[in-house]
Write a protein that binds this ligand. Structure first.
Ligand SMILES: *Cc1c(COP(=O)(O)O)cnc(C)c1O
Length: 362
């Protein structure tokens, strides 16, 4: 038997047919593709952080409950004691845990699309059927008749709603989200990865709906390297997911670093504030470029459509000029000819705009 035959015989068919999540090479590029916070910390804060790391007992297993970190997150996000939290190695891991727990034979997962790619990626890996309901063209609002129909027909175990949505950047109408929570007998995950920039949340609705969970992450805030996500909700759910969480999924360095960073949260608030202002400038600057249309955003990125050239060409020209954005033109019909740019430093944004203007003027 050849190695290829062994692999084909042994592995799950859904794994064999999957495409790996592609992370582009970033060497030497201005990285505006992954919604990272472009700012680091002042030197004295870095020094304090390193002092704190020095005291860590790296020979010991981490605190399996991450008690101190959870308390910090609770205080920061104002999470009521009545609700429980589950920590994940990024919210990606939380999506995996939720779907593992729901992966009964025949179970379906639903999300409006274009959506964050990991919902489908993880559903596929577990052999769960992923139902996508396209958003409305151009406004990227939920298509409520289609959502209703899909929920009734497929009875999804989980509905993912990113609020604001990635890659479109908009907040869905609040009442639409509430209607979906009411309509489905399954779980609804309000994925609030961009909460630091959105000034909107369904956290206050946890009291009214026991099928709602709130998912957040510190990645977009400025701690993407740590890999820390958290799920907030009724203890009944969290207790079940806890059973399948690997005991030490949040490592010691992440626990210490996040606890440290959250106790200096002023700096992140200042950075988020700046990013929000720069986002608005970036949107209007892109919009005034001939041949470009920017969409509104409540996140730290801007989706825009190229009208006068092919987005693929513009993407490649940007990359030739050492600027990396995300090319969405072939990922979904609703984002054809669209690129997504992360809000960078003011200098990076200027460089991006200057280069884009030059490319489109050619
Ligand atoms: C970036 C992103 C995530 C992933 O967050 P991690 O905590 O870094 O895994 C989840 N959901 C959405 C909508 C995102 O854009």
């Amino acid at each position: 038997m050849t190695l290829e035959q062994r692999i084909a015989n042994l592995l799950l068919p859904q794994v064999l047919s999957m495409q790996a999540y592609h992370v582009p090479d970033r060497e030497g590029l201005v990285k505006l593709d992954a919604m990272e916070n472009p700012y680091h910390w002042p030197d004295d804060m870095v020094q304090e952080w390193l002092d704190c790391m020095r005291q860590s007992s790296i020979n010991r297993y981490p605190d399996a409950q991450a008690t101190e970190l959870k308390q910090k997150l609770r205080t920061r996000d104002n999470i009521d004691e009545r609700f429980e939290m589950l920590l994940g190695n990024g919210s990606d891991e939380l999506i995996l845990l939720i779907l593992m727990a729901c992966a009964k034979p025949g179970a379906t997962i639903l999300a409006p699309t274009p959506a964050f790619v990991m919902y489908k990626q993880i559903a596929d890996s577990l052999g769960l059927q992923f139902i996508d309901v396209p958003l409305l063209e151009n406004t990227f609002e939920l298509d409520m008749p289609a959502m209703r129909q899909a929920v009734q027909q497929h009875q999804p175990a989980v509905v993912f709603l990113a609020y604001p949505n990635n890659p479109t950047g908009n907040l869905f109408q609040r009442q639409h989200v509430l209607d979906i929570i009411e309509l489905t007998s399954g779980l609804v995950i309000s994925d609030e990865a961009y909460a630091p920039f959105a000034e909107a949340s369904f956290l206050s609705e946890l009291d009214n709906h026991d099928n709602l969970l709130i998912m957040r992450t510190v990645s977009k805030l400025g701690l993407a390297g740590l890999r820390l996500g958290y799920l907030i909700g009724h203890g009944g759910w969290i207790e079940q997911f806890e059973k399948i969480r690997l005991p030490y999924n949040i490592n010691t360095l992440t626990q210490l670093s996040a606890t440290f960073a959250l106790s200096r949260h002023n700096i992140f608030e200042q950075q988020s504030q700046l990013i929000k202002q720069d986002r608005e400038q970036l949107i209007s600057a892109i919009d005034t470029i001939e041949g470009c249309q920017a969409f509104p955003s409540r996140a730290n990125f801007v989706l825009f459509r190229v009208l006068s050239k092919s987005a693929q060409e513009v993407f490649e020209s940007l990359r030739d000029n050492a600027i990396l954005v995300k090319n969405l033109t072939t990922s979904h019909p609703l984002t054809r000819e669209c690129l997504r740019v992360t809000v960078g430093t003011q200098q990076q944004n200027e460089l991006f705009l200057e280069t884009l203007r030059k490319i489109l003027a050619q």
